[in-house]
Design a protein around this ligand. Structure first.
Ligand code: PLI
Length: 474
């Protein structure tokens, strides 16, 4: 008998199809949004006009938009139907009560205050809990979170484990808190000076790295007797839960939904940017278990956001959020979500592109220090690399390095160990073919990496400079 394919190869194919189960998206596409392709000349003009800052590009000049996973998800048909059920009453909208029930059901927090997005909740909790001179320990900084803590008079202290600052460390829970670092702060400043630990699940600036359940439990056991609260930045809690399911012994058979609820049970409250995990284009909330704190938050929200039953959101936004929360904790959703990020990461590794390991939950973080070793951090390598990738293919990424880190209150620059370009994957938006195009573009840029020049900052805004700073090639 003559085989079209050699017998051994045929066996491999049969083995693969028998034993290998690919993941696929647990949805099909009902509507598409057309993309605009540009020429290199058009992109050069656009990036120059944007001062080499991808945040200042017009989205019409972008082909595949990996700037952020924030507010960029594709909503489900159920969520779109939910928009039509918006109750736009000023007070007591029924959608607020749906949202409150969803948060109680899936996260277990008792009291909620809606906010227009995550930083609205950060503002409230910082103003309520921080006194000037207080110290706020956290598992790595996040830009808006730290700024609100500092504006309230607090001093942020990084207590993440050292492995988190090493892009090559394969440690499976690089979001973990180093309890020895926390204890050192308590010994130095006293527990009364530490109103809370700012604990993030899926640590964004470390590359979307998870915290383990064991570490969370140990943290809560340590903080409770001292009267120090744990405030949870739960922006990407479901992605963290997926990694616990994959990597932490004892959790293999637990559902994402169960793990999410257990995570929340070891914390005293949470700030949420629902624009990420919760699959909406706008929205957030502050969630609390302590009635007195809630009373303060409910009072303060009317100053900055809106009445406590809408907090800057339309009724329809709260409805979409309530539905999105339920969809976000589904195992199949999370498998495809993280599976797509891993697909891109593995493809990039095949091309020899230096990325942060292990692959995180919401994007691929390319190590600009290794990609452009000839540039010093003062030449903004990650900023320069993001501009080059845009020029090559119209793929928009963002800097997560020295520009994002900003300045200390003394005016000195922070120099983070991690100098990264984030390829952030919006949820349910792009296909596997888009991932191929992205990896190929990064590879093309890698091949001419030696020729890439650094940048000079020519305009620096006072707050969160990465959003609006402007640069020129050196
Ligand atoms: O963008 P907001 O205000 O809804 O949320 C602020 C915020 C808080 N915590 C964390 C971990 C975030 O990632 C976050 C926002 N992240 C953005 C915008 C991002 O592009 O990653």
């Amino acid at each position: 008998m003559v085989y079209a394919v050699p017998l051994q190869r045929l066996n491999q194919i049969i083995m693969k199809s028998t034993y290998h189960r690919s993941w696929a998206e647990p949805y099909k596409i009902k509507m598409v949004e057309l993309l605009r392709m540009t020429t290199r000349a058009q992109r050069l003009k656009a990036i120059r006009e944007a001062g080499y800052n991808t945040f200042l590009l017009r989205s019409d000049d972008v082909y595949i938009d990996l700037l952020t996973d924030s507010g960029t998800a594709a909503m489900s048909d159920q969520q779109w139907a939910g928009l039509m059920m918006g109750d736009e009453s000023y007070a007591g909208s029924r959608n607020f009560y749906h949202l409150e029930s969803a948060i109680q059901k899936y996260y277990g927090y008792q009291y909620i205050v809606p906010t227009h997005q995550g930083r609205g909740a950060e503002n409230l909790i910082s103003k309520i809990l921080i006194k000037p001179g207080d110290v706020i320990p956290g598992n790595m900084y996040f830009t808006t979170t730290r700024l609100h803590q500092e504006l309230a008079g607090g001093i942020f202290a990084d207590i993440i484990i050292d492995e988190a600052h090493d892009p090559l460390s394969e440690y499976p829970f690089k979001g973990n808190i180093d309890l020895k670092k926390l204890d050192q702060l308590v010994q130095t400043h006293g527990a009364a000076k530490i109103p809370y630990v700012s604990m993030a699940t899926s640590v964004n600036m470390a590359g979307g790295q998870p915290i383990s359940m064991a570490n969370l439990k140990a943290l809560y056991e340590y903080t409770r007797p001292l009267g120090i609260r744990v405030i949870h930045d739960m922006t990407r809690v479901a992605e963290n839960a997926w990694f616990i399911k994959q990597r932490e012994p004892g959790y293999e058979k637990h559902s994402v939904r169960e793990i999410v609820k257990e995570i929340c049970s070891y914390t005293d409250g949470a700030t949420m940017s629902a624009k990420k995990d919760a699959l909406v284009n706008i929205g957030g909330f502050l969630a609390l278990n302590d009635w007195d704190l809630f009373e303060e938050a409910r009072n303060l929200v009317v100053v900055y956001e809106g009445l406590h039953t809408y907090g800057g959101l339309a009724g329809r936004d709260m409805e979409a959020m309530a539905i999105g929360i339920g969809e976000s904790v589904d195992n199949n959703h999370m498998h495809a979500r993280v599976g797509q990020v891993e697909y891109l990461g593995h493809k990039m590794e095949e091309y020899g592109i230096p990325i942060v390991r292990p692959i995180g939950g919401h994007g691929i973080f390319v190590d600009a220090k290794r990609f452009l070793p000839h540039l010093s951090q003062d030449q903004y390598p990650a900023q320069a690399l993001a501009a080059e990738i845009y020029l090559d293919s119209g793929v928009r990424t963002m800097e997560r390095g020295v520009v994002s880190a900003g300045r200390k209150s003394t005016g000195e620059n922070y120099y983070p160990k991690l100098e990264l370009v984030r390829f952030t994957i919006p949820r349910r938006v792009y296909t596997q073919a888009h991932m191929d195009v992205i990896a190929e573009s990064a590879f093309r840029v890698l091949k001419r990496a030696k020729k890439i020049r650094g940048l000079k900052m020519i305009y620096e805004p006072k707050y969160l400079r990465f959003f609006q700073a402007r640069f020129e090639p050196l």
